[in-house]
Design a protein around this ligand. Structure first.
Ligand code: IPE
Ligand code: IPE
Ligand code: MG
Length: 246
């Protein structure tokens, strides 16, 4: 069951496409890197907000597989910002009992970033509060591809029979295994696309798009998204009348 607060249903899992750092900086006549650095405050706010509200899982899309195509200087800046942020925020994660994990092709990250990330994942692994999941070098197509590869490997070994492949088995081979699908997806900056995020896992997620640029995103915007979520009728293929019978 999802947590309730002020009579509102709090989504168990919220996923966020944090977008608009570059445009935010451009509006201020600043470099894109300033936008990325300023986005860290929004990450703090939404993490704290979700923690206070009793959200179980918060997945943040921090770097997509496609983001490697950006100018090398920007990619390097994002990676060093990631290292710095993990270092700086570790004590806060511990204080608030937040458990950090990551999804994506982590072996594709530079050694320094990978090590720092695994270190923080290990240190926070026994925390019992919010699960903060960073999507890094992530793409939904990559996730489905690696799941297929892993299942095929087991079929060849004989540990899985092809007839046993069903939706649950596929879910269990995705990088999000044991994590419930997001109930709510938030994307900032007015873009209305998935950008190769959790393709399988978003099958029945409620989408919330806002014009707010990521560095300006605050707890009040998170609350607006949750209010909007509460006004939705999640029918999962049924009719409204069927839901009223419950
Ligand atoms: C999101 O902001 C951060 C990352 C994708 C890493 P952008 O950098 O995409 O900002 P815009 O879309 O150019 O404004
Ligand atoms: C999506 O944002 C990826 C992240 C937020 C990490 P982008 O800004 O890279 O998405 P597109 O390329 O505009 O769709
Ligand atoms: Mg963008």
């Amino acid at each position: 069951m999802s947590a309730k607060q002020d009579g509102r249903e709090i989504p168990k899992h919220i996923a966020v496409i944090m977008d608009g750092n570059g445009r935010w900086a451009k509006q201020k006549g600043a470099m894109r890197s300033f936008g990325h650095r300023s986005g860290v405050q929004a990450v703090r706010e939404i993490t704290e907000g979700c923690s206070e509200l009793g959200v179980d899982y918060l997945t943040l899309y921090a770097f997509s597989t496609e983001n490697w195509s950006r100018p090398q200087k920007e990619v390097d800046g994002l990676m060093s910002l990631l290292i710095k942020t993990i270092e700086m925020e570790l004590s806060t994660l511990m204080k608030n009992s937040i458990r950090l994990t990551a999804i994506g092709d982590l072996k594709g990250l530079a050694t320094g970033v990978h090590k720092k990330l695994l270190g923080a994942i290990d240190v926070t692994s026994r925390n019992k509060g919010l699960n903060l999941i960073l999507a890094l070098n992530y793409s939904g197509k990559w996730d489905l591809t690696q799941a297929c590869r892993s299942i095929c490997g087991e079929v060849i070994k004989g540990t899985i029979k092809p007839e046993a492949i069903d939706e649950n088995l596929l879910s269990d081979h995705l990088s999000t295994k044991r994590i419930p699908d997001p109930a709510l997806l938030i994307r900032t900056s007015g873009e209305m696309r998935i950008s190769n995020f959790l393709l399988w896992q978003l099958a029945y997620t409620e989408f919330f798009f806002t014009e707010i640029l990521w560095p300006d995103f605050r707890k009040k915007h998170l609350n607006l998204a949750i209010d909007s979520f509460n006004r939705r009728e999640r029918r999962f293929g049924k009719t409204s009348e069927q839901l009223d019978l419950k």
